[in-house]
Design a binder for this molecule. Structure first.
Ligand SMILES: C[S@@+](CC[C@H](N)C(=O)[O-])C[C@H]1O[C@@H](n2cnc3c(N)ncnc32)[C@H](O)[C@@H]1O
Length: 223
């Protein structure tokens, strides 16, 4: 079961009692999502792939916060978006309401997720012209990769709580979802993760982390 909690920036997140971890940083869920996934990930991908429909794969769709902020940014900037999230344990729609994330995006963006939350788990949904969502109700391990994505949000629970999501084998699996030049971002950074990505031919960048974390990682697949 999940418990709703308020983080340091006033935004909510869920605490997964089985795994013993929060869905986002307790130092601020909203600031973490903006810092790691929007500023270091999405904006960088838009700059690197100008004029293209941005195809994103998210590992751990969770509360949909990363998705909501992504859709809001793309909508405001006329960016075409093709978003696929994988989520092994989709939260209930009632939990989605409890997050109160409707506060951080327009009602149009919030309703696009809320009204299509269940249907997106069955098939790809056109939310707006050229802005699509699909949520795969699977484990990431089960998804067959296709190297068609510009950007991957790697938002699994931490290595301390879910080591199986951070093995070299799993990072190699993740790499197979990205196009040449594709970008991998995550809130975490460890020597093992950097070595795994370097070994797969990625260029590594250590960036300033979100509040509460010194550093985060962005990596770019070789062209
Ligand atoms: C850190 S949370 C993700 C937070 C999310 N990105 C958000 O914006 O709320 C990690 C998520 O990964 C999911 N998860 C755990 N194991 C998984 C697996 N093997 N495959 C896919 N998703 C998994 C969890 O259920 C949880 O929703």
């Amino acid at each position: 079961m999940n418990k709703i909690i308020t983080t340091a920036d006033g935004s909510n997140t869920l605490f997964n009692e089985t795994i013993g971890e929060h869905y986002h940083s307790t130092h601020g869920a909203l600031q973490e999502s903006e810092h790691v996934f929007i500023d270091a990930g999405l904006k960088h991908a838009i700059a690197n792939f100008p004029g293209q429909q941005i195809s994103i794969f998210e590992v751990g769709f969770g509360t949909g916060l990363n998705f909501l902020l992504t859709l809001a940014h793309c909508k405001a900037n006329d960016i075409e978006l093709n978003y696929t999230g994988v989520e092994a344990f989709p939260i209930a729609k009632e939990e989605l309401i409890l997050t109160d994330y409707s506060k951080y995006v327009s009602s149009e963006v919030w309703n696009a997720l809320f009204d299509n939350y269940e249907s997106a788990q069955e098939a790809e949904v056109d939310l707006f012209p050229n802005q699509k969502l699909r949520v795969l109700k699977n484990t990431f391990q089960e998804v067959i990769p296709s190297a068609t994505h510009h950007l991957m949000y790697y938002d699994a629970f931490s290595v301390r709580h879910q080591a199986e999501m951070w093995t070299d084998e799993m990072i190699a699996h993740a790499a197979n979802f990205l196009l040449p030049g594709g970008i991998f971002v995550t809130y975490a950074i460890t020597g093992k993760l950097k070595r795994a990505l370097k070994g797969l031919g990625f260029t590594i960048e250590k960036l300033t982390g979100a509040a509460g974390k010194r550093e985060m990682l962005r990596a770019t697949k070789a062209n």
